[in-house]
Design a protein around this ligand. Sequence first.
Ligand SMILES: Nc1nc2c(ncn2[C@@H]2O[C@H](COP(=O)(O)OP(=O)(O)O)[C@@H](O)[C@H]2O)c(=O)[nH]1
Ligand SMILES: [Mg+2]
Length: 384
Amino acid sequence: MLLIDCFRRPSHELQARKKQSSKELVQMRKLYRDPVKILLLGAGESGKTTIIKQMRILHIQNSYSFDERLEKLTDIYENIHESIYELVRQVILLELEFDSVTNQRCAEYILRIGPQAPWNLSTEYVQCVRRLWSDSGVKRCYKRSNEFQLIESAKYFLDRVEKISMSGYIPTNSDILNCRKTTTGIQEIRFNVRMPSSLGGGMQEFRMFDVGGQRHHRSKWMQAFEGVQAVLFLISCGGFDQTLREDPKQNRLAEGFELFRGVWHNRFLAETGVIVFMNKQDVLEQKLLAGKSIRTYFPDYDDYVAFADKDQMFDELQRTRSFIRSKLVDITNEPPRRTSHLVGRKRTCYFHFTIATDTQNVRTVFNDVHNIILTKNLSKMDLL
Ligand SMILES: Nc1nc2c(ncn2[C@@H]2O[C@H](COP(=O)(O)OP(=O)(O)O)[C@@H](O)[C@H]2O)c(=O)[nH]1
Ligand SMILES: [Mg+2]
């Protein structure tokens, strides 16, 4: 009898543990059924819409149909025209000169069209754009494009104007990713991702929101998004030498830091995981290769370099990247402002260096992002 009891007790424990783990399993399944919501935040032109497009390319079959691609041609023409129109205007404003009278005439032709893009790219138009894009005055002007507002995709599309103007041209994924169009309203994308077996396998639904153009109402939107699992904050590292479109006195990167401060300390997002994409690494690299330095705009860079851990930094690019990250890390270490809701709580912020227009780069980074969000979710429910 005693012997039986001896065996019985552990079997009860076993039963209890089994019950507990099946409860956990139910919880886990429920968790997996619940979509993971991600909110994209960041200054204008930091890359939020590009990330939404990448999710579509990576996770949705036949991401852009033939008709949708054709429709993108209008936006691409607008990007081409906006770029060349602004460059020509700035050559004149900066008192630079065109190489020849013919190029001068081409410039006048572009200006006569006005800021609105033409419906189609005529041979005459394409020839003019090509002439101007290889003009040394326009080239000098392009090098100074941080002094005025030029869209990021200017070089991408001006390099390809002839190809794009050919009849029957279908925009590629790369064209779609590089094409800039201001977001209006809230954009949402839903997609399913196969989870690694370490996270229980199966499929997980994600929903990603881009509140885009609603800059002035951002704090209101944040309230509406209380309860999202993660904020993906984008900051354009390539914007260190540029000013804001809406405020020519404000540095773009500095604005990014300010916005990040607001997000990190926002009480509606106190429970939300924060992942930062330090975006436009390719633009940052090109600018440094062209001889620009972040110290011109952020004089504290020199102090940082003097005191920083040199083992991690072999060149100017790494030093600059590391400096930008340190500024963001400093913000996460600042004491909370008005309210005490965060006092004593340890929050982790995750950082990634990204190129949002590069699908391969985004694919790799997102594997990490999914792991961070789901691991964090599971640990919140004491499942890990
Ligand atoms: N070269 C480069 N361009 C980028 C990168 N991320 C975004 N862009 C471009 O920057 C412009 C603004 O991006 P967008 O996603 O519209 O920014 P949003 O205002 O935050 O939605 C677009 O022309 C994008 O193609 C990047 O990492 N590198
Ligand atoms: Mg956008």
